[in-house]
Design a protein around this ligand. Structure first.
Ligand code: NDP
Length: 344
């Protein structure tokens, strides 16, 4: 017997900026769970910038979503039926079910959550992949130390907001770059940033370089790179000798826009050489073995309020495409989430 559920599929591949026309909300026939499988009702869907990459068929570290295929994504859901020994109806679990209101998944591909530990959606944000990314970039890639000066771009977003608070807690001077005065006020007022630069107020890499120079009078030791564009062009000339750059993302360029803001290859190469910089890209899935260590360190900081978080919540799976497109343009304030169904 089949049942009807809803999902969002990739309707067309964007050239440049993604729009809601590239995604389609539709119904589909949901199969019954087979042996070892679990039927889930989605409560929370995470929206993340990496999904823009999956909409393209350019060669990458992950397989692209096919046309008419359900958009990839992590969710938190409630178990409705289970043929897996590890799950029973009423359990809460997280997994890569995609943009759908119900899903049949292999139980082995799900992680059970303790709903008494923290609000369920934190498993998609501060206590999930984005928080883990911030912690990994700061501790494993940058090896941040007390007294250093760090610049963090997309400073108030899902990753940046955690990186900023962790850097502050470790005693660094923390300089944020964010879009608009409201986000900057949040960065300095609530997230522990010592200062914050509004990138909308600085036209190009040279203007950004001047602003960053003023914000970091002793130079920049560490850069947590989330955006690329004119922010990267502004940071590099301010780097101190032996500085480090953790290349986490480059959301300013995901749509093929702002390419004119790029720092030239020879300039970045010369700076890497003469300032003896180390730049290292990282993909969080390679670091997943450390997830329990991350939780042990960060979950108590969230529980005691040392680290706070903010969320941009949209209701209804059918509204996910608009929320996703808005997030890529900076409309979100904190972790971007869709409430697909009621949270028990
Ligand atoms: P955010 O919550 O930070 O949302 C994206 C933000 O990017 C927007 O809010 C906006 O912030 C900023 N932005 C968009 N366009 C521009 C632009 N042209 N110039 C400057 N900033 C821009 O997303 P996440 O925290 O989830 O992700 C942050 C970065 O981390 C992304 O690049 C993402 O791909 C990367 N990432 C990488 C991982 C990895 O394994 N390497 C894992 C997870 C995330 P504002 O309004 O402040 O400009």
């Amino acid at each position: 017997m089949t049942d009807t559920a809803h999902r969002v599929v990739l309707a067309a591949r964007p050239e440049g900026r993604a729009t809601t026309d590239h995604l389609r909300h539709e119904s589909f026939d949901l199969p019954e769970p087979g042996p070892g499988e679990v039927l889930l009702r989605t409560i929370w869907l995470s929206l993340d910038p990496y999904m823009r990459g999956r909409m393209s068929d350019a060669k990458s570290y992950a397989t692209p979503v096919a046309i008419d295929e359900t958009m990839t994504g992590q969710t938190v859901g409630e178990v409705i039926a289970s043929n897996h020994d590890g799950f029973a109806p009423g359990d809460i679990a997280t997994g890569m079910t995609g943009w759908t209101d119900r899903a049949v998944m292999k139980g082995d591909e799900l992680r059970k959550l303790d709903p008494t530990r923290a609000p369920l959606q934190t498993a998609l944000g501060i206590l999930g992949m984005p928080g883990m990314t911030a912690w990994t970039g700061l501790t494993r890639i940058l090896e941040a130390k007390k007294g250093q000066t760090i610049v963090i771009s997309a400073a108030t977003g899902a990753v940046g907001s955690v990186a900023g608070q962790l850097a502050h807690a470790r005693g660094l001077r923390v300089v944020g770059v964010a879009g608009g005065p409201e986000k900057c006020a949040h960065a300095t007022g609530n997230l522990g940033y010592d200062t914050c630069i509004d990138h909308h107020a600085h036209a190009d890499g040279e203007a950004m370089a001047r602003a960053i120079g003023e914000a970091a009078p002793n130079g920049v030791d560490l850069y947590f790179e989330n955006v690329g564009g004119k922010t990267l062009a502004g940071v590099v000339p301010n780097m101190n000798d032996h500085g480090r750059i953790a290349i986490c993302g480059m959301v300013a360029w995901y749509a093929g826009e702002n390419l004119e803001d790029a720092i030239s290859g020879p300039t970045i190469w010369r700076n890497l050489l003469t300032r003896k910089l180390r730049a290292e890209g990282f993909i969080i899935f390679d670091h997943w073995d450390r997830f329990p260590t991350f939780l042990d360190e960060v979950a108590p900081m969230v529980a005691d309020g040392t680290i706070t978080y903010r969320e941009s919540v949209t209701d209804g799976l059918e509204n996910a495409p608009k929320a996703f497109v808005g997030m890529l343009a900076g409309d979100n304030f904190g972790k971007t989430l869709v409430r697909v169904g009621p949270d028990p």
